[in-house]
Design a protein around this ligand. Structure first.
Ligand code: DGY
Length: 319
């Protein structure tokens, strides 16, 4: 029996690649770096299914040249890289990888929050560069985290996982969401509030909304100005949710106090201002980057592709 043809846009972790090679005829060259648009087009030309990542822009033009394509399994929970309308028009199913990366992304959100509040990268550099001359009463003073208010914008799976971790820090939670969520039994209250109230009343604000036309630049100059001068902004969602130029301006003006960023408007480019501000901690889009999460994301993609090609119910269908 001939194997189904699958375009895989990137080199995925070895356990995932091993399964893919056994079960599919692969097209494309699986490299660590992103393929060009031309390479994506070429890889999809004959494919019945595809596993793509967030760096591949799957637009109408590309889809129109993929006549056999029945499913795109996006190797991410976000799917703003895919033109859903164009996919729908061609009857192509799109799937994503929720759940399996929730805890990893929530952990990384906390890593950023703690790192920026307690100036971890600055301390690390000081020691590593041999510039530390000993303990000082006023050296690298940071912000308290425990008991401070955490504002969560977008209370989906990842937002809730971030909120659950906050109970260990005795932090009350404010959140914005389309609908209220039920809180697990915990001491600290989770309170649904309007965005402006969240911005002006939180000490740490963490973003967990998907990127859509409604959330593009959700946090701009006005919103940043509402934040407390002592507050910190954390973004592990999508870069364009924040107006990066406005953020740089706001940070230069001293409000907010700092930012922890894992995602950027024009990845991998960084707004030049973000490089020169010591109160910013930057990571290279590592939210889901644990071996376990990345393997499970691959397995979820494989299951979704099989389900579509075999006409079974699709576990993580987006459209
Ligand atoms: C996602 O899943 O959307 C992350 O940004 C990449 O893992």
């Amino acid at each position: 029996m001939s194997l189904p043809t699958l375009y895989v846009s990137r080199l995925l972790p070895p356990p995932v690649m091993a399964i893919l090679k056994e079960r599919f005829r692969l097209t494309g060259q699986q490299k660590t770096k992103p393929p060009s648009q031309e390479e994506v087009k070429e890889g999809l030309r004959e494919a019945q299914g595809a596993i793509c990542t967030l760096t591949e822009r799957i637009d109408r033009e590309i889809l129109e040249e993929a006549p056999n394509l029945r499913v795109i399994a996006n190797y991410a929970v976000g799917y703003n890289n895919i033109d859903l309308e164009a996919a729908r028009a061609q009857g192509i199913v799109v799937t994503n990888t929720p759940d399996v990366l929730t805890e990893a992304t929530a952990d990384l959100t906390w890593a950023l929050l703690l790192a920026v509040a307690r100036r971890v990268p600055e301390g690390h550099r000081l020691v590593q560069q041999g510039e530390w001359t000993g303990w000082e009463p006023t050296q690298l003073l940071g912000a308290e985290v425990h008991s401070m208010t955490l504002g969560i914008v977008g209370m989906g799976r990842i937002g809730q996982a971030v909120a659950r971790r906050a109970s260990g820090f005795t932090m009350p939670i404010l959140y914005c969401s389309r609908r209220p969520v039920s809180q697990p039994v915990q001491e600290q209250p989770w309170r649904l509030v309007p965005l402006d109230e969240l911005l002006s009343s939180s000490d740490f604000i963490s973003l967990h909304v998907p990127l859509t036309s409604e959330t593009h630049h959700l946090i701009g100059a006005r919103e940043l100005h509402l934040m407390r001068p002592t507050a910190y902004l954390i973004n592990t969602a999508r870069g364009p949710v924040v107006d990066e130029a406005a953020l740089v301006e706001a940070l230069r003006g001293g409000r907010p106090a700092g930012a922890g960023l894992d995602v950027y408007e024009q990845e991998p480019a960084l707004h030049p201002g973000l490089r020169s501000l010591s109160q910013v901690v930057t990571l290279p889009h590592l939210g889901s980057a644990t071996l376990d999460a990345r393997v499970r994301m691959g397995l979820v993609c494989i299951e979704n592709v099989h389900a579509v090609l075999e006409g079974r119910p699709v576990p993580n269908r987006v459209i």
